[in-house]
Design a protein. Structure first.
Length: 106
């Protein structure tokens, strides 16, 4: 298949995708791979393999960002009065025992 035929096939595929309401990949790496396919340097299964790798990479990055965001949400705010003093079980028990020794509060 000639480069002209491949280029026309790629253009037609992108046009059909747009007409169907799909977005066409904007990543420059993808378009470079299509150009390599048009030039005959790689075959379509290789373009597909590379694209799947790109999609997997994006998914992994999203998971990392989501995990980091969740972790950041769980970090206590040092300016919050409750987090200024870490909870100390022994101190809390002693405080409760002292209250019991003083008798009931009226």
């Amino acid at each position: 298949m000639s480069a002209e035929v491949r280029r026309k096939a790629a253009e037609n595929a992108f046009q059909r995708a747009r007409q169907a309401g799909h977005t066409v990949e904007q990543d420059g790496r993808f378009h470079a791979w299509i150009e390599e396919w048009i030039a005959g340097h790689i075959d379509m299964p290789e373009v597909t393999r590379r694209y799947r790798s790109l999609v997997s990479e994006r998914s992994a990055m999203r998971r990392v960002r989501a995990t980091a965001a969740t972790a950041a949400e769980n970090i206590p705010d040092a300016s919050d009065a409750e987090t200024e003093q870490p909870f100390d079980l022994e101190t809390e028990i002693n405080r409760l025992l002292d209250e019991d020794k003083q008798g009931p509060k009226i």
